[in-house]
Design a protein around this ligand. Structure first.
Ligand code: MEV
Length: 313
């Protein structure tokens, strides 16, 4: 018995970090996926194979590779819930670079939640998303749940920790370019740094949350009106807030400077501290911008919005 699932990666268009503290964010799923294939096996072991490492453990034992904890959690949860006497074999294949803010961890958790639970039962997308967030919390306790939500549902969404998500029905009038700094970050550490900032400068942080909320409201209108210029200006504004809370760096600022000169606006996407920059353009093809960025030695590529979200097979 085998069960497969795949989920897209993501970018955060607006509101990363602030979303952890209750502000709404705008995210988009992108056309790079993680695929997970799980099989029932007779031996009482959990076997996990991925580019981040491979491990085999007794169903009552524990693994040693921290990045594989979400898969171990999901397998054990299902084995327990369905009183499964054997074990589970899990294979993870990813097209998304790890640790650079493009949702490789969330997409893996969503695809694994669907694939592993699919061996025993049929869950709704909402149930799978909840399971994926629980799995992700084994490696990143304070996740807002935004990333798993967009990786499950696809498209462009507005997400709030308390208000849930809303899908934008619009086809965006812009093209996205992703520029990868190649600097791997730990989302958990950068999120903890922002929590420190909030503790020290509470009043200022609250003002920034209000500014971010207003920006998200404005951008929602820009998306509806297909106003790419407005979205670019808003990205530059959002980057100012991200600079202030300390998640940028000289290397990221340099990429943004190049990217801004060839696009309508750029910003960090995801946790920052490394990872990727996104830029927006209203040109039908971003190819010449990508070439220019590559000319500066920056690894850039075009990202299309994935409207499908989670798929099972
Ligand atoms: C990471 O992709 C986005 C953060 O806002 C964390 C989160 O929302 O869980 C930094």
């Amino acid at each position: 018995m085998t069960s497969g699932a795949s989920a897209p990666g993501k970018i955060i268009l607006f509101g990363e970090h602030f979303v952890v503290h209750g502000t709404r964010a705008i995210l988009a799923a992108i056309d790079r996926r993680v695929t997970v294939v799980s099989s029932i096996i007779d031996e009482s072991v959990i076997r996990i194979e991925s580019a981040l490492g491979s491990e085999e453990m007794d169903v009552s034992g524990s693994g040693t590779v921290p990045e594989l904890r979400p898969f171990e959690f999901l397998a054990k949860r299902m084995i327990r819930e369905f009183s499964h006497a054997g074990g589970i074999d899990i294979k993870i294949i990813s097209e998304i670079p790890h640790g650079v803010g493009l949702g490789s961890s969330s997409a893996s958790c969503v695809a694994a939640a669907a694939s592993i639970s699919g061996l025993f039962t049929r869950n709704t997308r909402e149930e799978i998303c909840r399971l994926a967030v629980e799995a992700e919390r084994t490696i990143f306790k304070n996740t807002s749940g935004a990333d798993c939500t967009v990786c499950t549902h696809g498209g462009i969404i507005t997400y709030g920790r308390d208000s849930g998500f809303e899908r934008s029905g619009e086809t965006p009038g812009f093209q996205l370019i992703v520029s990868n700094s190649g600097l791997v970050h730990s989302t958990e550490k950068v999120v903890a740094r922002v929590a420190e900032f909030k503790k020290r400068y509470t009043e200022r942080f609250n003002i920034l949350c209000e500014k971010e909320s207003a920006l998200v409201r404005t951008v929602t209108k820009h998306i509806r009106d297909r106003d790419s210029g407005g979205i670019g200006i808003a990205m530059k504004e959002n980057q100012v807030y991200l600079e202030e809370i300390g998640v940028s760096s000289d290397a990221l600022r340099e990429i943004i400077r190049y990217a801004d000169s060839h696009s309508l606006g750029s910003k960090i996407t995801g946790a920052g501290g490394g990872g990727c920059i996104i830029s927006v353009t209203d040109e039908p093809s971003p190819d010449h911008i990508i070439k220019k960025m590559q000319g500066y030695g920056i690894h850039s590529f075009g990202a299309k919005i994935d409207h499908t979200g989670l798929e099972t097979f």
